[in-house]
Structures are given as structure tokens and as C-alpha cells.
Design a protein around this ligand. Structure first.
Ligand SMILES: C[S@@+](CC[C@H](N)C(=O)[O-])C[C@H]1O[C@@H](n2cnc3c(N)ncnc32)[C@H](O)[C@@H]1O
Length: 555
């Protein structure tokens, strides 16, 4: 997202924001689309104005990630002839677009399309002169959107803004990715400059300079598609099935038929056809984006499965168009940070070969507690390579490879989460929480820079008091990175010593604290301290675990 100008090169806008078209119209259109029936007149239903997708809503729809779709305009033959008129049209659009865009939250796709990736209909839009003209003429844009009083008087409180993380210009309109105080990065939202006008000191001088810089407009010459978050969300809700999504399909004949009709008859008569055309274009684009999204999700799924040995991990997003959460470096073991020196010596190992021994390796560490891995309060000592144990008394719950099937999926309100894809027994080992092994000092430095990292940091406190090291799972991590918080969790952590016999470096293993049925989300308690509700209410993050016993906030 950093090099905006490059991204906007060779792009024009196809604004498919028809959020103002009522849901009933989608339903009607969808059924017409799938059944190939002539569309009805829906003009009466299209008068609602675009609702402001305001600053969070932090708890719903997760993050409003804006990611740019780059696609090369492939019409070829008439591109050079069109340049002047396109620029004219773009100018016209730009005159009105800042008014329009400021009330719409946008979600655009992250993908660099090469020609072969387009589906036939998408290619049709790109190559068909009529569709292109229609799109370019900006008729899809609702330039007359009236702001409600509430929308007019809704300046952002600078105090709530933690950081402006990124900045893009779409048709001369500035969008800022805002990280909100006390909200993790996952809830950062894109906001329009108009809304942020009073906060120029936060936006920085270079951003102010760009605001009046009309040369950015000239860089737009291609196809840039923007789907409103609201539209995507509506479509996903409408067409979600038990196994995923079944978006409707549209044929080139449907589209041609509509193009044939949009300029026939009085202005009034043309309206319903234009509205339906908007919907069709939206659906076609959505199908194309969905196709790309599924490819990306699959690709990441394959990568992490290769790295995860015996785990069977699915990656699903049936909530929105976000691609895989591949910002982490997937690792199934600890990565050692700077100043963490670990001896690889495995000098000791238990000599005991008796059956049902409960001590074994326990004896070798200055600790006589028995090994009860179902109880979170007790540490587990597993046998190591040097142990003489036989298969009868070898303790290797965590080392034994598990055949767990889980899914990393987009949840309703908490971003990505993890759910069970098979029944999980109480006490079953789930996974090691992996990440970078850092010193306590290092963690303090990191937290000073970014307090939200605390959600990914776990102390290696084998007795809840003493610890020298922290596991930071924010960058290097396995699927446990995506496990969300619940006030009534179904997983608990357990410290397990395997090959590192340094008592300060146990493995943090997650076990099921009760039976977990297929489809249920796996959760832990991020905040183990109990009587700090008052502090949490002031500084904490609103909890969305939906449990009766929910404390309302965590951290
Ligand atoms: C360790 S991450 C978990 C993975 C995360 N959901 C994601 O999409 O990457 C913690 C973040 O998940 C979200 N989260 C986890 N549990 C939550 C809860 N109970 N209520 C609200 N948000 C939650 C918050 O955004 C939090 O900052």
C-alpha cells in the first residue's frame, strides 16, 4: 500500500457502490440473474442514501481493509482514441466524486490481475465499448447523496487516533488508514480526508501537499474497481451456504440485453435498467474477486499445511473479500531472538523403565510435581531423546504428532479465528504456541513501540511468578496466532518441558479444557488476572466473545 502513485497508474474507476439499492432489490435481481428473467423496475427502491460507514463499528465486520485491485485495461484497439474523452470524463467524475466518496467505506481487492486471470464476463466489461463508456460516464456514482445532520457533525476526535498508518489517493480523494487507540491493527479503518480535515496536524505536511496536487488524477488510466464494504457484506450474507458461498452468475447475453435497453425511452424508463446494470456489474466483479480470493486463500492453505506436518488446516473466508492473513511468518517452533542463548546440551534423561511411571523426567528438574497434562496448573515434563523409557512409560503428549483438523476462518466480529474441523476430546493436545523467544527487556521495548503486541505475547512463567523469557507470536507464528479471546475459553495453556531442560524455557502448549464440537471456535483467555475490571473498562478492548459470563472487556 505504500507506493500509491504506482498503484493508481493505468486505472479508471468503475464505482460499483450501489449500497443505496435496497436489499430486496439484490434478492430480486439475484433471482433474475440466476433464472435469466427480465429484470423488474426497482427504481422506487433505490432512493435511500448511502449510509455512512463510520469509524468503527470497530467491533463489526472486522477491519475495513482497503487493498487495491490493479487490472490492465485490455480493450487494446480503441484505447488511444478514447484517451481524451476518458480524461474529460474522469475530470467530471472527480468534480463530484469527493462528495460521494466521503460517505462510503470501500473495500477494493488486492490482486494484480494478468489477462488470463480474468473470467469471461470481466473481460467482456473491459473490452466492451458500451460497458466501458457507461462505467466511465460515472452514472453509477450517486453524486447527489445528501448528508444527514449526524453525518455532517461527526468529526473524529484526535484523541482516539493512535496513528495514520497508510495513505492512498483514489481519484484525488485521500484515504487514510487509521489505527485507533486501544484497538489492535486488525481494526484499523480507512477514512476520508474530508472527515479528517480537522486533524491535519496528524496527517503530516506531505499529505497536505498532495491534497491539492491534481497530477495524481492524470495517473489514473486503466480500470480500478471499488466495491463498497456494505455491498460485499450484503452479497455474502445473501449467498452464503453451509459450505461457503454460491454467488449468482450472469451471462454476457444478460449484460448485452441490458446495455441494449439503457438508452431507450424516457429518462424515467431508463432508470431501472441502469440500476440493474449496476447490480450486474457488481455481481460480475464480485465473482471475479471471489475467484481470485479463493485462489489466494488456497495458496496460503497449501503453504501452511506443508509447514505444519500432521495438521490438516483449512483457510476460509466467507465473510468478506479479504485474502489470506499471510502477514505472519509461519513457524512450528520457537525462533530465538537476540540475547537468548540456549544450550543444546541434553546431558540428562530419565533412566526409569518401569511401567506407568509418573515421575521420570520430573525428577531431573528440581520439581517433584506429577505430570498431569489435563490440569493447567501443573507443568508437564516429557521424556527427551536421552531417556531410557520404553513405549509404556514414555511421556510424549506434545512431541507425539497430532492429527488435528482445524480451520483458520474469518469470524463475525473478531477478525480471523480458529475453529475445530473435527471433534476434539477434553484434554487433547492442540498445539504449541510458537513465536520469537525474546527476553523480558526486549518485550518491554517492543511494547513501548506498539502496545497492541501484548495480545501476542505470552510469558514463559512456569510457576506464574518467575520468567525470563516471553514468546512473541506477532510475526513468527503458527495457527495459534489466530486464536481469539473468550471469557469462557475452551483451551488452556500448559507449560511443557521437552528438550530444553532450562526451567525458564518450557514450551507453551495448548490443551482442550473441554470437548469441542466441529465448527466451534477455539478460544483462550487473554487476560488471566481477574479483579481488574475497572481498569479494563477504561483501557481495555471491548470483548465480542458473546458468552453469558463475558466481562465486557479484556486487556
Ligand atoms: C491474537 S489476535 C487474534 C487473531 C485476530 N482475530 C486476527 O484476525 O488476526 C487478537 C486480536 O483479535 C481480535 N479479538 C480476539 N478476541 C477478541 C474478542 N473476544 N473480542 C473482540 N476482538 C477480539 C482483536 O482484534 C485482537 O486485537
Amino acid at each position: 500500500m505504500s507506493d500509491t502513485s504506482e498503484k493508481l497508474q493505468e486505472q479508471v474507476v468503475l464505482n460499483l457502490d450501489f449500497a443505496e439499492v435496497a436489499q430486496s432489490q439484490h434478492e430480486a435481481i439475484s433471482s433474475q440473474v440466476t433464472n435469466n428473467i427480465e429484470p423488474e423496475d426497482h427504481s422506487q427502491k433505490s432512493t435511500n442514501c448511502t449510509t455512512k460507514q463510520n469509524k468503527p463499528e470497530k467491533n463489526s465486520e472486522a477491519s475495513t481493509s482497503i487493498v487495491a485491485l490493479h487490472s490492465r485495461h485490455t480493450s487494446g484497439t480503441n484505447e488511444s482514441n478514447d484517451i481524451d474523452s476518458k480524461e474529460e470524463i474522469l475530470e467530471q467524475i472527480d468534480n463530484g466524486i469527493s462528495e460521494t466518496l466521503r460517505d462510503t467505506a470501500f473495500l477494493t481487492m488486492s490482486a494484480i490481475l494478468n489477462d488470463t486471470d480474468h473470467d469471461a464476463l470481466y473481460n467482456f466489461i473491459l473490452s466492451d465499448e458500451r460497458s466501458l463508456k457507461y462505467i466511465l460516464s460515472g452514472k453509477v456514482l450517486n453524486l447527489e447523496t445528501e448528508l444527514t445532520d449526524c453525518q455532517k457533525h461527526n468529526p473524529y476526535d484526535p484523541e482516539e487516533i493512535d496513528e495514520i498508518v497508510d495513505h492512498v489517493i483514489i481519484f484525488g480523494v485521500h484515504f487514510y488508514l487509521v489505527k485507533w487507540k486501544n484497538w489492535s491493527k486488525g481494526f484499523s479503518t480507512w477514512e476520508c480526508f474530508n472527515e479528517m480535515r480537522n486533524l491535519q496536524h496528524l496527517l503530516g505536511d506531505n499529505v497536505k501537499d498532495k491534497t491539492n496536487d491534481s497530477k495524481h488524477l492524470k495517473e489514473i488510466n486503466g480500470m480500478h474497481i471499488i466495491l463498497s464494504r456494505r455491498f460485499v457484506s450484503k452479497m455474502f450474507n445473501l449467498f452464503r451456504t453451509k459450505d461457503g458461498l454460491a454467488l449468482p452468475t450472469i451471462s454476457t447475453e444478460d449484460l448485452s440485453g441490458l446495455f441494449d435497453r439503457i438508452n431507450i425511452g424516457s429518462e424515467m424508463k431508463q432508470i431501472p435498467f441502469k440500476l440493474n446494470l449496476n447490480s450486474y456489474l457488481g455481481v460480475i466483479s464480485l465473482n471475479c474477486f471471489r475467484h481470485l480470493q479463493l485462489q489466494e486463500l488456497k495458496q496460503w492453505e497449501i503453504t501452511i499445511n506443508v509447514l505444519s506436518n500432521s495438521y490438516n488446516i483449512k483457510v476460509e473466508n466467507n465473510k468478506d473479500l479479504e485474502g489470506p492473513p499471510n502477514t505472519i511468518v509461519y513457524t512450528t517452533r520457537y525462533i530465538h531472538g537476540e540475547n537468548v542463548n540456549i544450550s543444546n546440551d541434553l546431558a540428562i534423561g530419565c533412566k526409569c523403565t518401569c511401567k506407568n511411571c509418573t515421575k521420570c523426567c520430573n525428577d531431573k528438574i528440581d520439581n517433584s510435581r506429577p505430570c498431569i497434562f489435563k490440569d493447567s496448573s501443573c507443568p508437564v515434563f516429557e521424556c527427551i531423546k536421552n531417556c531410557k523409557s520404553t513405549t509404556d512409560n514414555y511421556i510424549d503428549v506434545v512431541q507425539l504428532s497430532t492429527t488435528l483438523s482445524i480451520s483458520i476462518y474469518k469470524t463475525e466480529k473478531c477478525g480471523w479465528g480458529v475453529k475445530a474441523s473435527r471433534f476434539i476430546r477434553q484434554g487433547e493436545f492442540i498445539a504449541i504456541y510458537t513465536g520469537k523467544l525474546i527476553t523480558v527487556e526486549e518485550s518491554k521495548t517492543r511494547l513501548k513501540e506498539d502496545a497492541s503486541l501484548s495480545e501476542y505475547m505470552w510469558n514463559l512463567d512456569f510457576d506464574k511468578r518467575n520468567y525470563d523469557y516471553i514468546i512473541d507470536g506477532s510475526k513468527y507464528a503458527n495457527f495459534t496466532h489466530f486464536i481469539n479471546h473468550s471469557c469462557k475459553p475452551n483451551l488452556h495453556f500448559c507449560t511443557v518441558w521437552i528438550n530444553y531442560l532450562d526451567k525458564f524455557i518450557p514450551q507453551l502448549a495448548l490443551f482442550a479444557s473441554r470437548c469441542i464440537f466441529i465448527g466451534k471456535q477455539l478460544t483462550v483467555n487473554y487476560f488471566l488476572g481477574s479483579n481488574e475490571n475497572k481498569i479494563m473498562k477504561k483501557t481495555g478492548i471491548r470483548c465480542q466473545c458473546n458468552k453469558k459470563s463475558c466481562k465486557g472487556y479484556y486487556f
